[in-house]
Design a protein around this ligand. Structure first.
Ligand code: TXA
Ligand code: MG
Length: 539
């Protein structure tokens, strides 16, 4: 079949796309999530052609794309209030709602289910094509079934040239992973449930709905069972290479991957300077949205470069990260390794959040604990050479007869940003060395989980040694009270100190685990599932 290439900037090309679709043809369209392989949603024969072009099992239903809210009503038998609230907040955008279907929805479209998935995309070309067709369009991702989803025109060309009537060349997909699929069919007895995570996060949905559940198939291998979303049971997103997800700290990941000279690294930007194997980066550690945008292109690039084996850095499951994690473990066929059989966990949060209490409880639960703050005050860190460097930077009088005048050093160093930087440059590598020694001691003592209690976990770079980040979250007023009591300072001084620190959101957005530090109530019970969950993954 000869595939026409259409230009999204040309009105006549969009009109032609509409005509092809009305006549039962297949057109690939750009959307903000991934490219979609579109056909007239009301035409069962055209829908069958979609399944053929993709090589997709026909029990896996398609999403119907609409360009106005009036198009929703005829497709569904019922619109709960929750659907209206969600539509107002997230449409147009990367959210798909599963609702009871109307008689207009064929079994071909819904894979024989009595529900239908509907999405109102935000991409202007997608909207213009739906308008031009004058009807809702069914569209799965425009990849061969099982392969990574297409986020650029060139990906589509690779998979679909010769198999469809037309491809519209558009821009790169902004979100980069498929829409969040949310089922509302359990309401009002059961909460809404995410069947597939995407650009609209659980937290965003909970702002509108209160409780939102996650389908277990999002995190687990449910290939053997029957998941709520049929799509989750098939192998997905896989490049030609064999992918292994490495569940370890950045430092351990680098050490492990550098030992695998026959393999590529699918890493973050931060890792790349240390790698001695070929690599492809999919973003940065704490930016889930960037990872989402880059993941599929990275998988495609690995194919282009002929990678046979790939070791991937594990992403966090926080926010959009959950969608990234979900796609990556599927692309790896759930092949995950924890190469050293332990987890180093960074424990942090702003002053007064209650880290020490949490650390003590974790210790009782069998974790090794390294108090990084205490290490910064250990005399051993400030050996003769260190003191000489500090004197050169801040003046000879900051030490006398080899002993440090901490007050004077602090005064000089903290008087400017440059001073702080200089102090960190001199002390951080030495502190880090001690931290690593202490980690090794805890591991040698047989601890599988080692907690690094570090108020400046990120600033000091100690997070590179952590496979997980645990953040203690406590409201501002309570933190204020705590540090006033603890350090005997005025409210004003306490406010100044807290304001100089990173805002709560800085910590929360980097967290793998969030623990409330607002009371000790049930603390042990709240920590236990986290600890045992990680323990079971150690060998
Ligand atoms: O972002 C997206 O959603 C992209 C673009 C093109 O819009 N489309 C997309 O479609 O990802 P597809 O077919 O690759 O994935 C649709 C997913 C599948 O996991 C399917 O099982 C699920 O949605 N799904 C569709 N209808 C459903 C239904 N009635 N009940 C439960 N899951 C459904
Ligand atoms: Mg797909």
């Amino acid at each position: 079949m000869l595939t026409k290439i259409l230009d999204e900037a040309k009105a006549e090309d969009l009109a032609l796309a509409g005509k092809i679709l009305r006549e039962g043809g297949l057109v690939v369209i750009p959307t903000e999530t991934v490219y979609g392989l579109a056909a007239d949603a009301s035409d069962p024969i055209a829908i069958r052609r979609i399944f053929d072009a993709k090589g997709r099992p026909s029990d896996n239903p398609l999403i119907v794309h609409i360009s106005s809210l009036d198009q929703l009503e005829p497709l569904v038998s019922e619109i709960p209030d929750e659907a209206i609230w969600l539509a107002q907040r997230f449409w147009p955008g990367p959210l798909t709602l599963v609702l009871p279907k109307s008689e207009l929805v064929s079994d071909e479209l819904s894979g024989g289910l009595d529900t239908v998935a509907v999405r109102f995309p935000s991409n202007s070309t997608a909207l213009a094509v739906i308008e031009a067709a004058g009807r809702p369009l069914a569209a799965p991702s425009a990849n061969t079934s099982g392969r990574p989803s297409p986020t650029s025109f060139s990906h589509v060309l690779e998979d679909m040239n010769g198999k469809v009537d037309a491809i519209i060349s558009g821009t790169e997909s902004e979100v980069g992973v498929e829409s969040t699929v949310l089922t509302l069919t359990g309401l009002p007895d059961k909460p809404a449930k995410i069947l597939r995570p995407g650009g609209v996060t659980r937290a965003m949905l909970e702002e509108v709905l209160g409780v939102v559940e996650l389908d277990p198939s999002i995190l687990l291998n449910t290939v053997e069972e029957a998941p709520a979303s049929p799509g989750m049971k098939y192998k997905h997103y896989a490049p030609k290479a064999q992918v292994v997800v490495v569940d370890a700290s950045p430092e351990e990941y680098i050490r492990y991957v550098n030992d695998k000279q026959d393999s590529f690294a699918l890493c973050f930007d931060e890792d790349s300077p240390e790698l001695s194997v070929p690599f492809v980066s999919y973003g940065t550690r704490y930016d889930g949205a960037l990872q989402a945008r880059k993941l599929f292109e990275a998988l495609h690039e690995l194919d282009r470069r002929g990678a046979k084996k790939v070791h991937a850095r594990i992403p966090s499951k926080n926010g959009v990260g959950l969608a990234v994690y979900n796609r990556l473990i599927r692309s790896a066929g759930f092949n995950t390794v924890n190469p050293y059989g332990h987890y180093i966990i960074g424990l942090t949060g702003p002053s007064g959040s209650g880290k020490t209490t949490v650390a003590k409880e974790l210790e009782k639960l069998g974790c090794g604990v390294v108090d990084c703050d205490a290490i910064t005050r250990e005399p051993g860190v400030y050996d003769d050479e260190c003191i000489r460097e500090l004197q050169a930077a801040f003046g000879d009088d900051i030490a006398e007869n080899g002993s440090l005048n901490r007050g004077l050093l602090a005064k000089r160093a903290f008087s400017s940003d440059h001073g702080k930087q200089l102090l960190n440059q001199i002390t951080h590598p030495r502190i880090l060395k001690r931290v690593i020694e202490r980690i090794d001691q805890e591991l040698e003592a047989g601890h599988k989980l080692v907690i690094l209690d570090a108020p400046t976990l990120f600033e000091s770079g100690i997070d590179s040694y952590c496979a997980r980040i645990m953040v203690v979250n406590t409201n501002f007023e309570l933190r204020l009270k705590r540090i006033m009591n603890r350090d005997g300072i005025s409210q004003e001084q306490a406010i100044t100190r807290l304001s100089a620190q990173n805002p709560n959101q800085f910590y929360l957005s980097r967290a793998d685990h969030i623990v409330s530090g607002e009371g000790n109530y049930n603390l042990s019970k709240r920590l236990k599932p986290i600890v045992s969950g990680l323990m079971t993954k150690c060998h």
